[in-house]
Ligand binder design. Structure first.
Ligand code: PFF
Length: 452
């Protein structure tokens, strides 16, 4: 289908656009749906401290490495390694990234579909008067029903593809610049509502007063894994976005701002959710159902709950959408640049192929839950392998590539824009990507496999 014209490569139009798009990728279901329930299951404040430590000491250096590789190469996640390491097998990182995009977006679009159903139910005031048990049953019957979750998933994927097909400046950047500030506004409104509920102090204590006896090796590794998923690192999303960042932008500052935004939104989600959980006597360790089962009963029991439930599920949908477009972009950038497909064809083919996998995921929640491999249905299998195998393995090789394959000068030039900006942190960064990060990520990987 022809050759891609690299001189016509799209790019972000502004520094704020870069931050909005990449923070949009990082902030997603991982922050708002996954973070509160994982923190809830792992003791709250002690988990939070390790999670923040993991972001600063490992996640941030991995993110910066992805940006540096992408911007240096000016290519998609596969082409970047082909260009920087010709004839070497490093491009397999890109292959893993494309595989990861399929796997993550498949189950991500299932959960995003649930979010749309719950937004719809919020608007039609469907939760009112139902107790937690009834809400739990109705969540399960919806989740396992097949047709309705598949319908929402298809709608979600059409929305995702619709943004991606418009390109970088006129698609991803344009929408995330509006959606990300809106998201922050909605979450602040929810936080204000939550902390003014009677009994909110207990929830805040759960989140902020650490009980270090809750810490254990599995909890620490769980926090590191959550940091990876939440920051969108380890599968080339930020290599791809990095390739669209202008040569004059300070990627160190951008990575710091994006990591800060991602962490802030996760913590704000916790502040919005835990006071309410405690105020209404709900168990903080209720698992993945925390959002879909528990929150509707919280909304039911609070003043202006109708209004706040619409706000909350809109927020979750926006967050999911700005993440899913980044995952789809990994595949689309590969198809356009490496295979020479037009952006329209690439988006359509990638979206259809991913949606097909996604539908299997959704059906595996109900009608096809007998279809299992290693004791897991398709949804759990993709969720488990992407988070526990793919992202840690991808991140591991990315830091090895930046730390050991690329020269110190290449990396320093990229990060300091050939010496025009300062990077006082450079030595510490290099030490982390050469030693600390590979070892720590290696531990996450081994833990994921159950070796440790
Ligand atoms: N970071 C996203 C979230 O927190 O929901 C999920 C995600 C996006 C994970 C992109 C991995 C990825 F490559």
């Amino acid at each position: 289908m022809g050759q891609f014209d690299f001189s016509k490569r799209d790019s972000f139009g502004s520094k704020f656009g870069v931050i909005a798009a990449a923070a949009g990728s990082a902030v997603g279901l991982g922050n708002i749906w996954r973070f509160p329930y994982v923190a809830g299951e792992n003791g709250g404040a002690a988990f939070l401290i390790i999670y923040v430590l993991a972001i600063v000491s490992i996640g941030l250096p991995v993110m910066l490495s992805e940006f540096a590789i992408g911007r240096m190469a000016q290519r998609n996640a596969f082409g970047a390694f082909k260009k920087l390491a010709p004839g070497k097998p490093w491009y397999l990182i890109g292959v893993m990234g494309i595989l990861g995009a399929f796997m993550i977006l498949a189950f991500y679009s299932t959960v995003a579909g649930w979010t749309m159903e719950y937004l719809f139910q919020s608007i039609t005031n469907n939760f009112q008067g139902k107790d937690a048990a009834t809400l739990s049953t109705s969540f399960d019957s919806f989740r396992t029903s097949g047709s309705s979750p598949v319908m929402w998933q298809l709608i979600f994927m059409v929305l995702t593809a619709g943004i991606v097909v418009a390109g970088i400046k006129n698609g991803i950047e344009k929408y995330t610049k509006i959606l990300m500030p809106l998201l922050l506004l909605i979450i602040v409104a929810l936080v204000v509502r939550a902390v003014t509920l009677p009994g909110s102090a207990e929830g805040l204590a759960f989140l902020f007063a650490p009980d270090f006896s809750k810490l254990s090796a599995p909890v620490i590794l769980e926090a590191l894994g959550q940091a990876f998923f939440s920051m969108s690192i380890g599968m080339g999303v930020l290599i791809t976005y990095g390739s669209y960042i202008g040569k004059k932008d300070n990627i160190g500052n951008s990575a710091a701002a994006i990591s800060a935004a991602d962490t802030l939104i996760a913590i704000l989600s916790g502040v919005a959710i835990f006071p309410a959980v405690f105020a209404f006597g709900i168990e903080p360790n209720s698992g993945p159902g925390l959002v879909f089962i528990t929150l509707p009963s919280i909304f039911n029991n609070m003043p202006a709950g109708y209004f706040f439930s619409i706000l909350f599920f809109s927020l979750l949908l926006i967050a999911a959408l700005t993440s899913s477009i980044s995952v789809l972009e990994v595949v689309v950038a590969y198809c356009t640049e490496q295979l020479g497909w037009s952006r329209k064809v690439a988006t359509a083919v990638a979206a259809v192929a991913i949606t097909a996998t996604g539908v299997l995921c959704t059906l595996s929640q109900g009608p096809w839950d007998q279809l299992t491999l290693f004791g897991m249905n398709i949804f759990d299998l993709l969720d488990w392998t992407s988070a526990n195998l793919l992202l840690p393995l991808g991140g591991f090789f990315i830091v090895l590539f930046a730390g050991w394959f690329l020269s110190r000068k290449q990396v320093k030039d990229e990060i300091t824009n050939s010496g025009t900006t300062k990077a006082v942190f450079f030595e510490a960064y290099l030490f982390i990507i050469r030693f600390i990060a590979p070892i720590a990520i290696g531990l996450v990987f081994l833990f994921g496999l159950g070796v440790l």
